[in-house]
Design a protein around this ligand. Structure first.
Ligand code: 5GP
Ligand code: ZN
Length: 111
């Protein structure tokens, strides 16, 4: 499948990884919107949050565990945000489920 985040997950495309395990990879966003801007991505291809169901939601719980660990290792004790964009109105540009972990500055109400 021609999916950029599948290719990052399997190493075909290089990325600046901060975390990896058997089901998840986390890497720095190419165009950071904050001092810390990491994308946490399931290795399994899931197109968006519209496609989360009982068959694959365990990886989403795991992603939030990874976010909590990264918030410590990336020094985000003052606060962080986790957000996922799904569909056109949300501005989703990459059609592989991903969670933005952002922090390192005071965040506005609109991400
Ligand atoms: P979305 O707009 O779909 O929620 O987020 C996609 C994010 O992926 C954007 O913040 C964009 O900067 C990032 N991105 C797109 N292509 C690449 C890439 O090849 N490498 C990395 N590290 N980030 C990317
Ligand atoms: Zn994919």
């Amino acid at each position: 499948m021609d999916c950029i985040f599948c290719k990052i997950a399997n190493g075909e495309i290089p990325s600046n990884k901060v975390y990896e395990d058997e089901s998840v990879v986390a890497f720095y966003d190419l165009e950071p919107q904050a001092p810390v801007h990491v994308l946490i991505v399931p290795k399994q291809h899931i197109s968006s949050a519209f496609d989360i169901d009982e068959s694959n939601s365990a990886v989403v719980a795991h992603i939030f565990e990874v976010a909590a660990k990264l918030a410590v290792s990336l020094n985000l004790a003052d606060g962080f945000r986790v957000v996922t964009n799904a569909g056109e109105n949300a501005g989703q540009t990459v059609k592989h489920l991903h969670f933005h972990l952002v922090g390192g500055r005071k965040l506005g109400r609109e991400a």
